[in-house]
Design a protein around this ligand. Structure first.
Ligand SMILES: [Fe+2]
Length: 275
């Protein structure tokens, strides 16, 4: 039986960061792992393969416990989150054609954030090395696996091209694929999953001025592929799920100006005649 190892640290994300994750379904942390560790990881894989990295204390400390990455995971998964128990390496001999768009097996679509899928690039991964391409916001966008593989370029998709030592964190159900590479050489990309051990609560870095319905928080930088403001509702629902506050979602979303441009009157017996 696999022993569950847990870890705790201080959260590093604030309300806005958490809400941004809800909107896009991913978070890039560039160059957060030391170069010495990046080189050591690459050398280790070349000599020993990647499987036993899971048992190397130096790797666990520098990558799984990485202060910025673990701090973000702590913000989204709560205290004493569980550490990865598997460590696949998506090792590619470039050049190579792009992979098909997909979401990984077992994806579920909803507000719950009980797992995070995390990727670590131990070497520079520019566009020529075929970095993963993600579709921001697609973690809410259900489509049958068999109906997404034929897509080519999708509007709003982003390449996770990044320097060595970068870690990016995704909602498990996000649409993604390995992009086409044109360089020559090997590319390693380690992938692993953390999961939640405690009920959700708003215990990340608090910003007392934050309200999910404020205009500055309702702008989406990426195009949506969802219908009629559904992206706003989904992001808000995920945010309040993470807060552990379903009642706030029921109370706030769909009222006043949240989502913006879709004001719903506050129905009360007193003002009912006015509408
Ligand atoms: Fe995948």
């Amino acid at each position: 039986m696999i022993q569950t190892r847990t870890y705790d640290c201080s959260p590093t994300l604030n309300d806005t960061d958490v809400f941004n994750f809800c909107k896009t379904g991913y978070l890039m942390l560039e160059s957060v792992v030391d170069d010495a560790i990046n080189r050591r990881t690459t050398d280790y894989i070349d000599k020993n393969g990647h499987h036993s990295l899971l048992n190397e204390d130096w790797f666990i400390e520098a990558v799984f416990h990485n202060p910025q990455a673990a701090g973000a995971v702590r913000s989204l998964l709560g205290a004493n989150f569980a550490l990865p128990i598997k460590l696949p390496n998506h090792r590619v001999k470039c050049p190579m054609e792009s992979q098909s768009w997909h979401r990984d097996g077992g994806s579920r679509y909803g507000p719950a954030v009980n797992h995070l899928q995390v990727f670590y690039y131990p070497q520079d991964t520019p566009p020529e090395m075929g970095p993963t391409e993600v579709l921001p916001g697609s973690h809410f966008f259900f489509s049958l696996q068999s109906w997404m593989g034929h897509y080519g370029t999708i509007r709003g998709a982003e390449l996770t091209a990044a320097p060595a030592g970068s870690i990016f964190i995704t909602a498990y159900s996000i649409w993604h694929r390995r992009s086409k590479s044109t360089a020559i050489g090997w590319r390693n990309m380690l992938k692993y999953i953390y999961w939640r051990m405690t009920p959700p609560q708003r215990d990340w870095i608090s910003d007392p001025n934050f309200e999910s319905g404020q205009p500055q928080n309702t702008k989406f930088q990426h195009p949506t592929h969802q219908q009629q403001h559904r992206n706003w509702f989904d992001a808000a629902e995920m945010y309040y799920w993470l807060c552990g506050s379903r009642s706030d979602f029921n109370r706030k979303v769909g009222h006043d100006h949240w989502p913006p441009g879709y004001p719903v009157p506050s129905w009360t017996p007193e003002n009912y005649q006015n509408f």
